[in-house]
Design a protein. Structure first.
Length: 123
């Protein structure tokens, strides 16, 4: 809560003696912050909204839709990039498997392997 207050995401809590008192505005703002974080929003992104007024009021429906769409597009791009990377890894694994098969079929490699076996077995 103090972090959110220091970033301007929450108004300062009222005090009752040494206790901090939070009202429904705080509860709603924290719920919004947590939900936004779960969707991939950074506190810095939310901080720019909070500069326009109380966070819950600053998030208009149009802005929220736009921000969610931008996050969705960024996520779709990340998925495409990861799928491409997975394809490259599969291709590289196939190259390595082929190189291993070629090396195993090479007579010189077979002789070296047999020589190693003799050294390790003590024969």
């Amino acid at each position: 809560m103090r972090l959110y207050e220091s970033l301007g995401l929450l108004p300062p809590a009222r005090r009752r003696g040494s206790y901090r008192v939070f009202d429904q505005e705080h509860v709603d703002a924290v719920a919004l912050i947590r939900q936004a974080q779960q969707l991939g929003f950074k506190l810095k992104e939310l901080q720019s909204l909070a500069s326009q007024g109380p966070l819950v009021e600053a998030v208009s429906l149009g802005f929220a839709r736009q921000a969610v769409e931008q996050k969705r597009e960024a996520l779709a791009q990340q998925i495409a990039d990861l799928q491409a990377q997975a394809g490259h890894l599969a291709a590289f694994a196939a190259i390595l498997a082929g190189a291993h098969e070629l090396a195993c079929a090479c007579p010189q490699v077979q002789q070296q392997q047999q020589a190693r076996k003799k050294l390790t077995s003590g024969a």
